[in-house]
Ligand binder design. Structure first.
Ligand code: 5GP
Length: 154
């Protein structure tokens, strides 16, 4: 599969675009960040939107690029109640959409009154189109936090 490499600068601009959309259309009480890919955008959004509470959920679905397990499994469940809260779920990308389906279910079970999804990106074939997203691609996205310079020390 072709890959597209994003820089920190491109990702930060995308996060600011999401923040603008959220501010205008759906100011959440709580952000649920999907580990691992959604965590950096979730924390960044929390700071930009005024120190919003961030909760974490971890769902495992991929073993490797394009190698999926049968269905997503919640490995870190949501902690505490979301009773009556407006919640935005934040992830890096909606690919099949199955992860976001599971996370949405969990957020509703925790009592959220309203739930929206914000992602940096989506694939054209996803079955969960995020309420807010910045770009579409059919390539495998490599985010800047997935890459690191090789430092050789003597
Ligand atoms: P889905 O359940 O929508 O198929 O996959 C969601 C998760 O798989 C995302 O949260 C992300 O961590 C990972 N994923 C899916 N597609 C990509 C991609 O193109 N690049 C990266 N880095 N992760 C991806």
């Amino acid at each position: 599969m072709d890959k597209v490499y994003l820089t920190w600068w491109q990702v930060d601009r995308a996060i600011f675009a999401l923040a603008d959309e959220l501010r205008k259309n759906f100011m959440p009480d709580v952000i649920v960040g999907v580990a691992r890919g959604g965590l950096i955008p979730a924390v960044r959004l929390s700071h930009i939107l005024g120190d919003l509470e961030v909760k974490v959920i971890d769902v495992k679905f991929y073993k490797d690029i394009d190698e999926r397990m049968e269905k997503p499994v919640v490995t870190i469940p949501l902690h505490g109640s979301l009773e009556g809260k407006k919640v935005v779920i934040v992830d890096d990308v909606s690919d099949t959409g199955k992860t976001l389906e599971v996370v949405t279910e969990e957020v509703k079970k925790a009592g959220a009154s309203e739930v929206k999804i914000a992602c940096l990106s989506m694939k054209p074939w996803t079955k969960v189109v995020p309420d807010f997203y910045v770009f579409r691609t059919d390539k495998w996205i490599v985010f800047p936090w997935e890459e690191f310079p090789v430092v050789v020390r003597e």
